[in-house]
Design a binder for this molecule. Structure first.
Ligand SMILES: Nc1ncnc2c1ncn2[C@@H]1O[C@H](COP(=O)(O)OP(=O)(O)OP(=O)(O)O)[C@@H](O)[C@H]1O
Ligand SMILES: [Mg+2]
Length: 380
């Protein structure tokens, strides 16, 4: 775990600090993305972690230990670092670039060679074809891959990545993001990743730290940043329709109707019919006195019921499908499609009714996306 405690930085000769009283905890094995406009202090933050930049006040702790108490060379060797614009040494081959630090650390030669093969595989470069090439003989995307392989070469706990993919075309960039996520699913490094790009942040981050003018504005999961931006700045930064590019962040509880028509179990059927008429619905949910969901009664079954004095409980059917409040839009759409149901009650862990998703709720949700889109276009 990396912990910033009230960290500030002012560069020599400058009055204003470029990082202001930053406190932040980066959990072990997670990807944390620092994002913010140019000059807001992202690179400075990374470089304070590996002591390429001196902290003016405050502390950074790694696994509880103050980094200023550690030998900086040793500290850096335990951290992979991919810098803005690769930082690959031009006069060395790909192999030499990847092996430079393990070699400096006098690791076993055979092990290093074996590890290099594994790393090349990992970043999707054919070792036979590329290991002996020089950087000028590689494309930008291939160079970035070498940069990533090199950062992993000493198998460090912590990897710092400063806009590692920013110079790439969108397709290569997306590929490298996918590879990083795949890698991370196996190795679980603590990764601090800097970017300008909100889409990239949302895709790869466990948590996003939004920085503006050296101040931490919000530090949260991508989902919460999109749903509950801390202020207008974050809202603008995230953009109005961003949530819609991530349907898995839209949950049943966000879109359900919270006051669906319900009846108590002992209500006579004719009264249920009245309720359906006044509420303009074609079914009601049947609840017990603690709001536990028991079933539903459709208008048709109620009207066809020979004796309309009997209770709703006696003619109800058990719900075919229910959803937990955190089920996402994709899951819900699939359920509606697979089962052909027209409503799905949302219930909590003890079967109490929270709300109802209907096909028309879904349509409304989708059309809001549409109007957010058109509002944005109108504004442009
Ligand atoms: N060595 C330095 N001496 C003086 N000022 C510096 C130094 N390095 C950076 N700065 C200033 O500190 C501020 C933060 O710079 P930093 O490189 O951390 O920003 P950044 O968020 O990484 O920006 P970018 O997105 O453009 O890479 C900037 O105003 C920059 O000019
Ligand atoms: Mg930078």
């Amino acid at each position: 775990m990396i912990r910033f405690e009230n960290v500030s930085k002012s560069y020599r000769g400058q009055q204003e600090s470029v990082v202001k009283n930053l406190s932040l905890e980066i959990p072990k094995g997670k990807i944390v993305v620092l994002i913010g406009p140019s000059g807001c202090g992202k690179t400075t933050c990374l470089k304070m972690i590996n002591r390429l930049v001196r902290i003016t006040s405050g502390k950074i702790l790694i696994d509880g230990e103050d980094i200023t108490k550690q030998d900086p060379i040793q500290l850096r060797r335990n951290m992979g670092y991919v810098i803005q614009q690769t930082g690959i040494f031009p006069h060395m081959t790909v192999r030499q670039n990847i092996e430079i630090i393990p070699t400096l650390q006098r690791e076993d030669k055979d092990n290093i060679a074996l590890n290099t093969l594994r790393l090349m595989e990992m970043v999707g470069l054919d070792p036979d074809e590329y290991l002996d090439r020089y950087p000028t003989q590689l494309s930008g995307g291939q160079l970035q891959r070498v940069g990533v392989a090199r950062a992993f070469a000493t198998n460090p706990e912590i990897i710092l990545m400063d806009e590692p993919f920013s110079a790439l075309d969108p397709i290569t960039r997306a590929q490298l993001q996918d590879e990083l996520l795949f890698l991370q699913s196996n190795v679980k490094k603590t990764i601090v990743f800097v970017t300008h790009d909100m889409d990239e942040a949302i895709k790869i981050a466990d948590k996003i730290a939004i920085i503006n003018g050296g101040i931490l504005v919000q530090y949260d999961t991508p989902e919460r940043i999109m749903k509950e931006p801390a202020n207008e700045y974050v809202e603008r930064f995230v953009g109005p329709k961003r949530l819609w590019t991530k349907p898995e962040f839209i949950r049943a509880e966000d879109i359900m109707v919270t006051n669906p028509a319900t009846v108590p179990e002992d209500l006579p059927v004719f009264k249920a019919i009245e309720i359906m008429r006044t509420e303009h619905v074609d079914s009601v949910l049947v609840l017990d006195s603690d709001r536990h969901l028991l079933g539903s009664v459709s208008a048709r079954s109620a009207l066809n019921c020979a004796d309309q004095q009997v209770t709703c409980a006696s003619i109800m059917v058990a719900p075919q499908e229910t959803a937990a409040p955190n089920r996402d839009l994709v899951w819900l759409l699939n359920k509606f499609n697979e089962t052909g149901v027209r409503t799905i009650p949302v219930i909590d862990g003890s079967n109490r009714l929270l709300g109802l998703i209907t096909t028309s709720t879904l349509l409304t949700t989708m059309s809001q996306q549409f109007s957010a889109d058109s509002r944005k276009e109108a504004a442009e």
